[in-house]
Write a protein that binds this ligand. Sequence first.
Ligand code: ATP
Length: 226
Amino acid sequence: MPRNTSLTSSSGSVQLLAFFGGTFDPIHYGHLKPVAGLAKIAGFDQVILLPNNVPPHRPQPEASAQQRLEMVELAVAADPLFSVDPRELTVDTPSYTIETLATLRKEHGDDCPLAFIIGQDSLLTLHKWHRWESLLDFCHLVVMARPGYKEQLDTPELQNWYDAHRVTGAEKLKQKPCGFIYQANTPLLDISATEIRERRHAGLDCSDLLPAAVEHYIESQGLYRQ
Ligand code: ATP
């Protein structure tokens, strides 16, 4: 049954919900800080984090699904901008992003603007995603800059699709429910979950890379040990 999210806030402005998927093994400031900056630029009312279920044929996260979910919940517990949606972790089969977005669109109704956030590295490989050309039927795509990743897209097909849908003003995102790509000038943070796992394996400190609550959780669970 569609939830038909109210389109306007109490101040009368159109509401914009943003979804942010990731493996989050673990979640870190490279996820949180650019997204918080983006929320201000783009006027997101809520950012909903969607931890991924990783398909069995891909390298498995070091932390379990439950541990990744708990880290995400700890990371955003004090910030009302964020909430966490565990739907992809509560089914045994990995979900394709397009399927999750189709379900979210049904739940929120046809008119509510929805955005899906990805980093520049994900944009570069988007043409490998299942039914990638249909993503914009359900949401806008909002791309965060990421240090070390080029802007030029790999295939002419992806580049043409990107050029055809790209808008330069964030205000466009509230003008229709889906269909635009917005490249945001977010703060650049050269942090990856890989670096955090590697630092932990080497017995090095990571406190500058992720929230203290997540670091304490990692410690207490004995995650990413040497
Ligand atoms: P790993 O190093 O394990 O591959 P990761 O740090 O890239 O992990 P993911 O959970 O795979 O983190 O990323 C989820 C989303 O966040 C992706 O769309 C990715 O592009 C984006 N992202 C991750 N780190 C950054 C960053 N430092 N700046 C901008 N976007 C980022």
